[in-house]
Write a protein of this length. Structure first.
Length: 101
């Protein structure tokens, strides 16, 4: 199986460890990518680039953010009832924050 397909399948099926999906994939990678695209969009805005280009750069991380939020949501079942609520709540809040950033 190709590495990207294996990555996507393991996340969406809930097979990947929730700790990895939550801490590494969502909080570390997702937040880093979101901050990088935010900074890039702000730099383009400061240099008077066209608004459509700025919006594309700003929202380019959204598909990954939605994908990883769904992955955390599905994988949270592994953690038991109390932790499941924690992971799902933080994932939902994280998606809202990264969308509004």
């Amino acid at each position: 199986m190709r590495p990207v397909k294996a990555f996507i399948d393991s996340r969406l099926s809930g097979v990947a460890r929730i700790e990895t999906v939550f801490w590494r994939d969502m909080l570390l990678t997702g937040t880093s990518v979101t901050l990088a695209t935010f900074v890039a969009a702000m730099m383009l805005l400061a240099q008077d680039y066209p608004t459509p280009l700025i919006l594309v750069i700003y929202f380019i991380a959204m598909p990954y953010n939605i994908f990883i939020t769904i992955s955390v949501w599905r994988g949270a079942v592994q953690a038991g009832a109390a932790r499941q609520t924690f992971y799902r709540t933080i994932a939902a809040l994280w998606l809202v924050i990264t969308t509004l950033l």
